[in-house]
Structure formats: structure tokens, C-alpha cells
Design a protein around this ligand. Structure first.
Ligand code: DC
Length: 411
């Protein structure tokens, strides 16, 4: 899922974008940072190719900010001086083209909340949800004055309001990529609203685009608490509230899929499950209704891959066990090489999950007496862009396997 947030300067786009992404479990990125990076380099008389920075793995987006060569650069980029340079380079069509191509690279796989001036109109015209944030000039002046720790006297406010109004005019009247709401944008005027109130509205709009699997949701609500209690489930991390994810997990027991689904509510997980489970017509009906779909583990099952892609494009969570078979002692089996296809091709980000506690098989007696303790942990998501500079099937498989192994070992 790609969510764009455009709007006037000082409307709080970045604050809202970051809060929204946090709530939903998606990545936030401010496109202005790329203009600022180009501006910083221009101020030093240097040239950089932004796309190469991403493809060589030198530029990374982490949870707490953006990194260049391992150093966090957010603060440097936010300086007033760099801002001026950014405004200058942002007028250059070739710079805009480079920034836009780089944004598309960073957003590959989706689950990306991005703010700017032309995100919904030019760069991501097919974004699932587009917001346009507006706010009264005087209110924006007041926010800015308070942010800078100044006294909000009438004179100071008027001075700031004039500057902001001039900037609005420049943004809206510029020739390339002028600031305007996309035809399908949701316009939110944040005048008189707290950030929380604005984000509540935004979240409601986004949630309309999160598909549900009704029977699984019902099972999660009714059986979920029972499973959680019966298996004493210790749950670490969280499932993203929105977006498409390929959820991969280590496989130790037939209980893994339902137990993971017992903690993923309000999201449902659509499991790619062995075709043997679909032989009986009653079970087949039930599994389909629960959101599962069959895969032939012994063959190159193109149909199952296509079905997974179709569901991912609908912004669903597809779950699969890359080992394809259960490991009774918890030692991970070899992984099916096809797993990395989805991320290497940029179809989806991956959500690694580890489950522990059911090794060795569960005996009926243990089951009845609720003897087993299960831990489930959701790791940090892996995006296609995180694979650079080695974005190939083998490296990706190794990388993801390590992630799940580390999660398992940490339980
Ligand atoms: O939002 P910001 O202040 O970080 O943006 C820095 C500069 O880049 C600013 O002059 C506006 C420009 N910009 C743009 O032209 N188009 C965008 N999508 C984002 C920023």
C-alpha cells in the first residue's frame, strides 16, 4: 500500500505522515529529504547520483531516520541553509526526474507513506490512498513561531504569515509539478485540529482499504483468546495494521498457522498451505473460507505463486513456511528457493516471524492439560530496497533465513 500526503508548507504533513505510518506499521519517508540531499551536495559543489546511492546500499531508510554510509543524516538535511539549496535544485527538471525515480525505487513493494508536493499527482498517481493537507495561514504561522520558541505577538505572526503565503503562491504557481490536490485526494484542513485528531481521520480512510477474511476474523475473535490462553502464548512485536506482507515463519507444528493467526487480529493471514489439506471437499471449503489456498510443494507451482501475487496486490497478508515441511526438533530445514522471488521482484515486503514451543510434536495429553508454552515474535519488516547491493534470489534467501533464525534464537 502506498499512501501519499501532499500539502502546503507548514501544514504538518511530515508529523502526520510519521504518526500515521507508526500506527499502521508502515514506513514513512519525506520526499523533501532527497531534494535536500541534492541541495547539500550542490552546496559543496559535488554531484551525486541518487539512484546509485540506493542500489549500492549506501542510502538506507531505518526506523529512526535515513542513513548515508552508516551515518544518520536527518539533522544535517533539516538545516535552514540546506533547505534553501533544496528549493533551488528542486526547480531543475533533471533533479526532479532523478528524485522521482529514486522514490519509486525506495517505495518498491509498497507499505510506504510518503509526503511532498507532487506525490499523489506526479510520482505515485496509482497510490491507494492520497491525502492533501491544508491549514489556515495564520495557524501555520502560529505553529511555526511556537516551534521556534518565539513570542507569538501580532507583529511576529503577521511577518511569518506573509512569508508562508508567499511560499504557498510559489509552490502552487510553479511550472513543473505545482502543488495541487490530486483529483482523487482526500482533503483535510487541519486548522484547529490536534495532530491526533487529523491522524484519526486519516487512519479511518486507510482502514477502508484493508481487506478482511470474515470467517478467519470470526475465528480469531472467538477461538483466538482460547488458543492464547491454552498455549500460554507469549507474543512479542506486532502485526502491521495495513499493507501487503509476505509473512514467513519457521515451521515446527501443524499448530503454527492457527496460533500465529490467533495473535494477528485485526489482520487475517492467508496461508499458502499444502495441497494435501484440500483433498476432502468439506475441508477444502473450510480452508478456502478461512483464506488459505493450496500449493504443490513438490512442483514448481506457478498457479500458487500467481494466487499469492494476486492477493498481495489486494494488500493482504500472505503467510508461508519456507521450509515447506515441519521441523520436529526446531532446527530449521532447508528453505524453498522460490520464497525470495516475491521480494527480489519487488512485489512485496517481507514480515519475518518466529514461533517456538511446540518442538517435538504435541501429545494429546499435553494438549488437554495445556502443558505447552508458545512464544511468537514478529521481527522488523524487510523491504526490497533493504536487499541492495545484493538483490538476487540466493542472497535474499540467505538474508531472510538469517532473520528468521535470529528471531527464533532470541525467543
Ligand atoms: O518538505 P521540505 O521542506 O523538506 O522540502 C525541501 C524542498 O524540496 C522544498 O523547497 C520543496 C521541495 N520539494 C518539492 O519541490 N517537491 C516535493 N515533492 C518535496 C519537496
Amino acid at each position: 500500500m502506498i499512501i501519499t500526503i501532499d500539502g502546503v508548507a507548514g501544514s504538518g504533513k511530515s508529523t502526520l505522515g510519521r504518526m500515521l505510518a507508526d500506527r499502521l506499521g508502515l514506513t514513512f519517508f519525506s520526499s523533501g529529504l532527497l531534494y535536500r540531499l541534492k541541495g547539500l551536495m550542490a552546496s559543496r559543489g559535488e554531484e551525486i547520483a541518487l539512484e546509485d546511492l540506493v542500489k549500492t546500499g549506501r542510502f538506507r531508510i531505518r526506523k529512526d531516520g535515513v542513513y548515508l554510509d552508516g551515518e544518520k543524516i536527518d539533522d544535517v538535511l533539516q538545516s535552514e541553509e540546506v533547505g534553501k539549496w533544496a528549493a533551488k535544485v528542486a526547480k531543475d527538471p533533471s533533479v526532479r526526474q532523478q528524485v522521482n525515480a529514486t522514490l519509486k525505487l525506495l517505495a518498491e513493494g509498497g507499505n510506504f507513506v510518503v509526503d511532498g508536493r507532487d506525490m499523489g499527482t506526479v510520482v505515485f498517481p496509482n497510490a491507494k490512498v492520497k491525502f492533501y493537507i491544508d491549514a489556515d495561514v495564520m495557524e501555520r504561522a502560529r505553529r511555526r513561531v511556537l516551534q521556534l520558541g518565539l513570542e507569538p505577538t501580532e507583529e511576529v505572526l503577521r511577518e511569518f504569515a506573509e512569508k508562508i503565503a508567499a511560499r504557498d503562491k510559489a509552490d502552487k504557481e510553479r511550472e513543473i509539478a505545482p502543488l495541487k490536490p490530486a483529483d482523487d485526494a482526500i482533503i483535510i484542513d487541519t486548522t484547529g485540529m490536534t495532530p491526533e485528531e487529523a491522524v484519526d481521520i486519516m487512519e479511518k480512510h486507510v482502514m477502508k482499504h484493508v481487506p478482511r477474511v470474515p470467517l478467519q476474523a470470526f475465528a480469531q475473535k472467538t477461538l483466538g483468546p482460547i488458543f492464547r490462553g491454552w498455549f500460554h502464548i507469549h507474543f512479542v512485536g506486532r502485526f502491521p495494521k495495513a499493507g501487503r506482507w509476505l509473512m514467513i515463519f519457521n515451521h515446527i507444528s501443524n499448530w503454527d498457522p492457527p496460533l500465529i493467526a490467533a495473535v494477528s487480529y485485526p489482520r487475517q493471514i492467508e496461508y499458502m498451505a499444502k495441497k494435501e489439506l484440500f483433498q476432502n471437499s468439506i475441508l477444502k471449503y473450510l480452508f478456502y473460507k478461512l483464506g488459505a489456498f493450496p500449493v504443490d510443494r513438490e512442483a514448481k507451482d506457478i498457479r500458487a505463486v500467481r494466487e499469492a501475487i494476486r492477493r498481495l496486490r489486494q494488500e493482504r497478508i500472505v503467510g508461508l513456511a519456507p521450509e515447506a515441511h515441519r521441523s520436529y526438533d526446531g532446527r530449521m530445514l532447508p528453505w524453498h528457493p522460490g520464497v525470495s522471488y516475491f521480494i527480489v521482484k519487488g512485489i512485496t515486503p517481507v514480515l519475518p516471524v518466529a514461533i517456538k514451543g511446540l518442538e517435538g510434536g504435541v501429545k494429546i495429553r499435553e494438549l488437554i492439560l495445556a502443558k505447552r508454552r508458545v512464544s511468537i515474535k514478529v521481527g522488523e519488516p524487510v523491504y526490497p530496497r533493504d536487499l541492495y547491493p545484493n538483490r538476487d534470489m540466493d542472497s535474499a534467501l540467505h538474508f531472510l533465513r538469517e532473520k528468521v533464525q535470529q528471531l527464533y534464537d532470541s525467543l
